[in-house]
Design a protein around this ligand. Structure first.
Ligand code: DGL
Length: 261
């Protein structure tokens, strides 16, 4: 089974991409809705949560884990890889790779949570891949609660998105990385506010392709991952609102089960 975790329901954008890319593989999702957001927590707290989420997914039979959360991906992969003998897939390097490949001018913008932006991890990876790139970052802490609240098309959300993106627009970026798995749910709005000429990069497709590549080349991994097209969704706190948003992200009725960490 492929285990996937996020701080909330935004990581379902990654599940959506996995379902498209690897439709027959079983997926077990955990959204830590009781402790969201992770983006305003310290690195040590996020690492602690990532370890607990991993333990839960392993206990349910996960044999590979996707960190469907940029915040956790920015601080936890090294520790998880050191501690557990299974493959971990993070969302940051696939997005950075897609961005450096697609940018013509090398002017790349990144939006994410405070923790992701403070980690500087995107800059480090981009610098390694294409040193002449200029990277401009912007923390957007209000976007996660708006998404979790389902305010995807409200005028207030449009106004906030516009305000966050203004400085990046002024820097004349040609590529924008959505450095948070909640943001693809605001894709239309973000694209409209940053302008049609800017390529907006969503890491969910990149991480799904990376997992498919790993499965194709690693026969051992292939045999360890079950393939019955089964999906289970756990959250650490559930409300009718979460249930509704989760179903609308995946465009199918899903049942959220509760697990208290
Ligand atoms: N969806 C997450 C991310 O990609 C976390 C957002 C949060 O919990 O603050 O960073």
């Amino acid at each position: 089974m492929i285990g996937v975790f996020d701080s909330g329901i935004g990581g379902l954008t990654v599940v959506r991409a996995l379902m498209q890319c690897l439709p027959e593989y079983d997926i077990l999702y955990f959204g830590d809705t009781a402790r969201t957001p992770y983006g305003s927590k310290s690195p040590s707290t996020v690492v602690k949560y990532a370890v607990e989420n991993t333990e839960f997914l392993l206990s349910k039979g996960a044999r590979a884990i996707v960190l469907a959360c940029n915040t956790a991906s920015s601080v936890a992969p090294a520790i998880l890889r050191q501690r557990y003998d299974i493959p971990f897939f993070e969302v940051i390097s696939p997005a950075a790779e897609m961005a450096v490949q697609s940018s013509r001018t090398g002017r790349i913008g990144i939006i994410g949570t405070r923790a992701t932006v403070a980690s500087g991890v995107y800059e480090k990876i981009i610098e390694r891949l294409r040193p002449e790139c200029r990277v401009f970052t912007r923390a957007c802490p209000l976007l996660v609660p708006l998404v979790e609240e389902g305010w995807l098309k409200k005028p207030e959300t449009a106004m906030i998105v516009k305000k966050y993106l203004r400085p990046l627009k002024d820097r004349q970026i040609d590529t924008l990385i959505l450095g948070c798995t909640h943001y693809p749910l605001l894709m239309d709005l973000i694209q409209a506010k940053i302008g049609r000429r800017v390529r907006v990069v969503d890491s969910s497709v990149g991480v799904a392709n990376r997992l498919r590549q790993a499965i194709t080349t690693d026969k051992h991994l292939q045999t360890r991952l079950s393939r019955r097209g089964c999906y289970r969704f756990f959250v650490s706190d559930t409300t009718a609102q979460f249930q509704h948003i989760a179903s609308s992200i995946l465009k199918r009725r899903i049942r959220l089960e509760t697990f208290h960490n």
